[in-house]
Design a protein around this ligand. Structure first.
Ligand code: B12
Length: 217
């Protein structure tokens, strides 16, 4: 990575992390794109790092809920600029994915990034949104015949709900042809293993790579 690229990504992270102005972030993200930094890199090494900082400041009691909300709106504006690039190259449809954030959790920024990347990679994604009931996940898998269930959770308090979805799925007949991918910051590979899920992805890019491998076999 060149020094200029590194500095631009750092500036993006600092601007978002310190909740500097929306104008400044827009200029930096536009500059990063026009200097050839891939959109996924801007997300992973710039914006996501900035939000990590926001999370740490919230935990430390320096930021409150209003700051989390403001950070989310800054992130959404930045993603609007990147959206065309993240969606680029939508190919022929490969496979279907049922996607959603589990019951109790309303975080959806990371989930939406995964959806954009998966769609641009040729997957058909049925996005059920946030706060999704386990019956809804299982019902939609049955209706569509899609062979991947991708769930997101950023709250550790919602991990038991992911386990509940897995338990329900494991009891059902569709389990034999459905693979499960877990994502979101609360998820670890160990947790995925414990629940009997097929994989955990630590980033949206990794999630798409896993789905691509599954689509091949
Ligand atoms: C923005 C934000 C919010 C926004 C969410 C807006 C929205 N539309 O999503 C708002 C203000 C609503 C919010 C609310 C709350 N939040 Co909040 N929030 C955050 C923050 C700052 C950023 C999250 C984010 O979007 N990150 C950027 C994205 C790109 O990263 P990501 O989600 O990890 O996604 C990446 C990967 O994980 C992956 N991925 C994500 N999902 C999936 C799914 C699949 C299938 C795959 C393959 C990949 C994948 O792809 C993405 C790109 O690589 C985090 C701090 C942090 N660092 O995460 C806290 C954080 C998640 N929130 C937290 C908390 C506590 C809350 C509240 C409970 C606060 C409150 N007191 O009310 C509420 C909960 C509301 C609820 N019921 O859900 C805690 C959770 C602590 C924990 N361990 O459980 C965090 C970690 C902050 C902290 N450090 O304390 N929050």
């Amino acid at each position: 990575m060149s020094r200029i690229t590194e500095q631009t990504l750092k500036d993006i992270a600092v601007t978002l992390g310190s909740l500097d102005s929306s104008e400044k972030l827009t200029v930096l993200v536009t500059k990063a794109l026009s200097s050839g930094i891939p959109a996924t890199e801007i997300v992973e090494s710039g914006l996501r790092v900035g939000l990590q900082k926001v999370g740490e400041r919230y935990e430390a009691g320096e930021y409150f809920l209003s700051e989390l909300l403001f950070a989310a709106s800054l992130m959404s504006e930045a993603l609007e600029i990147l959206r065309p690039e993240l969606r680029e190259g939508a190919a022929e449809k490969k496979e279907g994915i049922v996607l959603g954030t589990v019951r109790g959790d309303i975080h959806d920024i990371g989930k939406n990034i995964f959806r954009m990347l998966a769609e641009s990679d040729g997957f058909e994604v049925l996005d059920l949104g946030v706060d999704v009931l386990r019956e809804e996940f299982i019902g939609r898998l049955g209706e569509t015949g899609f062979r991947v269930l991708a769930m997101s959770s950023l709250l550790t308090t919602c991990l038991p709900e992911m386990r509940n979805v897995m338990d329900k799925l494991n009891e059902s007949q569709i389990r034999t042809h459905v693979r499960v991918l877990l994502g979101g910051n609360a998820v670890t590979r160990r947790f995925a293993e414990e629940t009997g899920a097929d994989a955990a992805a630590l980033s949206a890019v990794e999630g798409v790579r896993i789905c691509r491998e599954w689509a091949r076999v």
